[in-house]
Design a protein around this ligand. Sequence first.
Ligand code: BTN
Length: 244
Amino acid sequence: MKIRKLSAISSTNDYLKELYAKKDLDDFTVISTDYQTSGKGQGVNKWTSKKGKNLLFSVLVKNKSLEISNIPFLNFSISVAIYQVLKQYLSQVEIKWPNDIMAGNKKICGVLIENVIRKSVVNHSIIGIGLNVNQISFPENLPNASSLSILLSKEIDLDLLLKELIFSIQKQISILEEKQFSILKNTYEEVLYKKGTPSMFKSKRGKIFMGKIIGVSDAGLLQIELENGIITEFANKEVKLHTS
Ligand code: BTN
């Protein structure tokens, strides 16, 4: 594995994407930075992080012959890889669909995967990971954010943690390459946040309803059992857990 560390950069995802468009790079090339000036979150969100306190990195995963329909299993593999490392540090870690990592009710890690498709298969993927490690205060507009350091009351070695995460990602990607999709999905579902717990949800149209997460489909849709017993599937952004 090759890790390139930069002190500041716009976004590790954009940097790695642009670098790979210009020259060939090894599989699992990693770009890591202390600070991003335009860190990207899911959708229109930004990802902010205090300089030098957290892990901000992107991993290149290339030529895995992954069909477009199997992209959800790539998402599962990355969430599971991060989960398995963080489980060594924290007693309570879960994956919140589609790929947030939660410690209790606090988000400690976000994932942004960008896939480049060629001839109907995934040519390569840029796996962007923002993990809150040693930051001990967060802006007021992020009341649900936390970090390893807050939860463990100690400083964590960033370089060691980065290596552990990359090894774990390599391991899960090899399971993906072997097309052992059910192993990835089962592990993901075992640690799915709020699975089996009656919860309140809010639909894209603003409708609040009760239901229970029962799992995810092979297409990566969230399966919620409604109060009338009907199981409904939702795509990303169609529904979210309603907390207040
Ligand atoms: C989310 O909204 O939960 C996804 C956050 C992903 C943030 C990481 S930080 C490293 C990489 N570079 C980016 O610009 N974003 C991802």
